[in-house]
Design a protein around this ligand. Structure first.
Ligand SMILES: Cc1ncc(COP(=O)(O)O)c(C=O)c1O
Length: 286
């Protein structure tokens, strides 16, 4: 696999990070994962906007724009002979002295890599399980897509390796939060419900896109603090992320749900499919 690292296209065997990178020493790093569909990086502008906002919070002096990142993505697609891909874009603070730094980081490490991923052919389904481990609180004012994934990893260990299951976190106070690697939605009639970002969840790019799509489909959206019992009243349940898109849920605990037969899930997925090869940002959704 060919990787892009700080301006160079090199073999994944050769890419190196210094042990003095504060991304390694103190976890000061952010990442984005997204998909490329037939050469089009879906919602790239939205991913870069979230990344840039997070970089400001971390004090990393860098801002990435479509016109800089697109040629890199094209270079990686060509170097790896891909048209459809899973992309990971990673920015870490860069080297510093040993000890906590207050000055801004001026020379971050930018690393991008890809792996092959076909276009989704049909809706898969997942079963949800409520996790015993609670969602930790964000380390700053909002949850960043940062290198701190231990809470998620412990949750994944609790859930087990099955790719057909997703674990749902509650907050420490017992409110529904998010999946281990996804955001949570459910429906009642013509309304979508989803936990508020104030619960401390990651504000997923797919979450925000689905909320926009809902408007297009004349569905209402309510964000809030909900107890787990809210899911027992729900008609449809689904989770979202940038790699798996909209994933219908067929079971939560002992209760069954329509899964991929769900009317709302089908409508959202259809719309999603129409946008995959075109959209740069949810804001240009017509
Ligand atoms: C904890 C968590 N929540 C939500 C999401 C979904 O985010 P996005 O839609 O930006 O992929 C992810 C994605 O990896 C995640 O790790």
């Amino acid at each position: 696999m060919i990787v892009f690292a700080n301006g160079e296209y090199i073999s994944s065997d050769e890419v190196k990070i210094s042990p003095f990178d504060h991304g390694f020493l103190y976890g000061l790093g952010l990442f984005e994962t997204f998909r490329i569909y037939e050469g089009h990086p879906f919602l790239l502008d939205d991913h870069l906007a979230r990344l840039n906002e997070g970089l400001r919070t971390l004090g990393i002096k860098a801002e990435y724009r479509r016109h800089e990142i697109l040629p890199i993505l094209k270079g990686l697609l060509a170097a790896n002979s891909l048209e459809n891909a899973y992309v990971r874009m990673n920015v870490s603070a860069g080297n510093g002295e040993i000890g906590l730094q207050t000055a801004e980081y001026e020379e971050p490490n930018l690393i991008l890599f890809m792996k092959p991923l076909g276009t989704p052919s049909q809706l898969g389904e997942k079963k949800l399980a409520l996790l015993n481990i609670r969602r930790n609180t964000p380390e700053g004012a909002t949850r960043l897509k940062s290198h701190h994934y231990l809470n998620n990893i412990l949750a994944k260990r609790e859930l087990g390796a099955s790719s057909e299951a997703e674990g749902i976190f509650l907050t420490r106070e017992g409110f529904l939060a998010e999946g281990i690697v996804s955001n949570l939605f459910w429906t009642e009639g013509e309304t979508l419900f989803t936990p508020s970002v104030e619960t401390g969840i990651l504000n997923g790019i797919t979450r925000q896109f689905v909320m926009k799509l809902a408007g297009k489909l004349q569905l209402g959206v309510q964000e809030g603090f909900y107890p787990q019992e809210a899911l027992l009243e729900a008609e449809e349940l689904f989770v979202t992320n940038s790699i798996q898109e909209v994933v219908p849920v067929s079971m939560f605990g002992q209760k069954t749900f329509p899964g991929k037969e769900g009317r709302v899930v089908q409508a959202l997925s259809r719309q999603y499919g129409e946008c995959r090869r075109k959209l740069w940002t949810r804001n240009s959704l017509q």
